[in-house]
Design a protein around this ligand. Sequence first.
Ligand code: 2DE
Ligand code: MG
Ligand code: MG
Ligand code: MG
Ligand code: MG
Length: 330
Amino acid sequence: PQVEQSESDPQLLTKSHLLHLCETIKKELNTSIRPLRDVSHYYFDGQGKYIRPMIVLLTAEACNNHTSNSRTILPSQETVVMVSEMIHTASLVHDDVIDGADTRRGKTSVNKMFGEKMSVLAGDYILSCASQALARLGNAEVVELLAKVVDDLIKGEFMQLGSKEHPDERFNHYLEKTYKKTASLIACCCKAVSVFGGCSPEIQEIAYQYGKNIGMAFQIVDDILDFISTDMEMGKPTATDLQLGLATAPVLFACEQFPDLNALIMRRFKGPNDVEEARQAVHKSDGIARSYTLASQYAKEAVRQINKLSPSPHRDALVKITQEVLKRRK
Ligand code: 2DE
Ligand code: MG
Ligand code: MG
Ligand code: MG
Ligand code: MG
């Protein structure tokens, strides 16, 4: 039977749970060391998109519905939902230090507000609290799964620092980096909730593949928005990837049309006019359109995967989120 549209609205289905998420996380981060508490609480202000916890929560419910042993979310799954946002935020705190960002979600970035030293320690602290909460669940498989996510985040961010790949390997390098810095966290958290739901290996794989593919689509769109959105819309600096020396999908596609871009990519846009030249080339090329096509292919695969689960409002909501990820402007 057709599920009512409003019944499968991702925001409506997760609102009551996500409303308490920041408060729950702040409790987890509670410490008598006041400045540490203030810095680590800073990004848990309710202003995020909370796309990761939303996806992980809906995946848990879609999986539980499937196994029919339990229909409501389990405490262990709630912890994974929380941990997904904590690991993500810890990585953003460090990322803002690395990128020297001035703003995030429309406010002064943590590094500009509290300084780099405190921000590095706060990122470490958030990660440590997330690890403790996860370890308390006593499931070694899930602990290892999420430890691997942190490994991926570090290597993904490291890959951006300055490797010089051969032009033929550039696109694969970009895709691998995208998996590590964004898709791995979503994929593994989706898998973790299916593990806690007592799902079969087949269902676990569907959850993983769904998370991986929507994660890839999400980051490719983020890389597109860096070119076409504004600081105001995004609430964080845009047009920064080129300045940071990063060749993302739009530039890599543009380079196929304008091979002169090769030299700029090789020197990581360090020449006096490189950033502007590359930006204009991207807009003249079909780099943005082809990047959207690439993101839609991942989104389509995400939908194909999740539709293998039995029908439920939560499954339909996961399909809707995939479409929203492609359409998002911030
Ligand atoms: C966001 O990328 C960064 C994601 C991964 C960062 C990983 C780090 C390793 P962006 P925006 C720093 C350490 C991980 C820990 C502590 C868990 O494209 O555009 O720069 O939002 O994101 O700045
Ligand atoms: Mg950044
Ligand atoms: Mg970065
Ligand atoms: Mg970005
Ligand atoms: Mg960025």
